[in-house]
Design a protein around this ligand. Sequence first.
Ligand code: NOJ
Length: 545
Amino acid sequence: MSITLGKNDWWKGAVAYQIYPRSFADSNGDGIGDLAGIASKLDYLADLGVDVLWLSPVYKSPQDDNGYDISDYEDIDPLFGSLDEMRSLIAETHKRGMKLVMDLVVNHTSDEHPWFVESRSSLTSPKRDWYIWRDPVDGHEPTGHQAAFSGSVWQFDELTGQYFLHIFSKKQPDLNWENPHVRSAVYKMMNWWLEQGVDGFRMDVINLISKRQDFTDGDDLFGPWMNGPRIHEFLQEMNREVLRDKGLITVGEMPGCTVELAQEYTGEDRHELNMVFTFEHMDLDTKPGGFGKWDLVPFTVPALKENFNKWQKGLETVGWNSLYWNNHDQPRIVSRWGNDSPEHRVQSAKALGTILHLMRGTPYVYQGEEIGMTNHGYTTLDKYRDLETLNWAAEAAQQGIPLSTVIHAVGYKGRDNARTPVQWDDSANAGFTTGTPWIDVPENYRKINAAAAVADPDSVFHHYKALIRLRHNFDVVVNGSFDMLWPGHEQLFAYERRLGAQTMTVVVNFSNDSVDVPADVNGEVILGRKSARLEPWGFFVTLAN
Ligand code: NOJ
């Protein structure tokens, strides 16, 4: 890296890569990806040039929510391998100059975690207060709040006649962070992982850990649970007890986080987190006040630009951005806002990557994004595995929402779009497994696969490599200011980055039509093809001194 950054802010010049282990690479033919599978692809990842690998959860888990329901934080689920394999994966990752980040899921545990088993055992259990228990109100749930994965957030427990809170599935009871013993148990576990050599944490829904304690009724899904009154206190405590001055990377997943709150969560002198995952840009095709994430509205380029501009400017002098199009909860960007037809797929995937990677912030690449993988294209519900999708489809059927609306919505937005196996080559099951994959491989794997992309110098893969190199080589990409160009333009996404005398200009045609560029752009072209009229999804990047 030719950018000079300190021990505590190296992540500003880094690119991260998310691995969803279940779908990455299967070494033993059981149809589920594993640690040995990941180890076998480390050279591919090093060749791509990423600096940090973030692993979605591989801890012991009943797998109700594919590992986001943890029953032992200090062991690896046998589905994925062993603790020894994990230690060797960390060492092999480090050997190749990359870092490894664990997914920290501590808003909730599995209901099979010994903490919860003990908590639920009696009203007087010493761990009763480790979770959130309430008496029934008039024989019903204490409040009418809905869980993220359908149904009430309250689950009745016969044994003690009380309800426990679960913002996600009923197998994911929420921990009670008001209890200091819970907090110190979490910090102890985090420190244990640091001793194993991990380099940081991606923190699952971390702004939900402090909850308003009144729990009054309200319509908002996450209303009483988000950004609660003690959130900054808890994050600062965690920072003191675990994170500070160790040169780690931390990113907090935060539904309902505004740019103003992000300034607080990521402001350097506040000692909380390095960066957050915002949801605002991901919600632009969701109808405000509709029936949640499935109620779709058309997305527009100006609205996206307005949103990115707000975040780029808002975190320009205080805090830091993360940048992402994809993760295991979002559909594939090339199918969502790009164009996954054979004619435009490669070019639109490159255009979208260009927009994201040259902004200010730390970009996250989600497995398969670097080869332009698409949504799965399932047309029947029996192909789906995700509990969020399946629970909602059942609820929608009860509410009389037509099946065709449901199939359309889950085909566009469902999480399984991102969870199909990585398409490694054109052999059976895309080279992901020699067994039967836990979820079907999309039919397009014969054309869209990593082997083909690595062999083709014009592929999305080589374009992502070039984008990563730009971040590593040009200080202006890391530290430059940001200014949106032609903000109201319906099709062009263009911006300028400036540092000292240097200006980098990025011009991207975010559309299926040819578009005139409104003004001449100075400088040497360092990526793409400069033209006064850009072809569909065409782009160029210039550098002027
Ligand atoms: C956010 C994670 O990204 C998602 O996959 C999970 O289902 C929920 N948090 C609950 O842990």
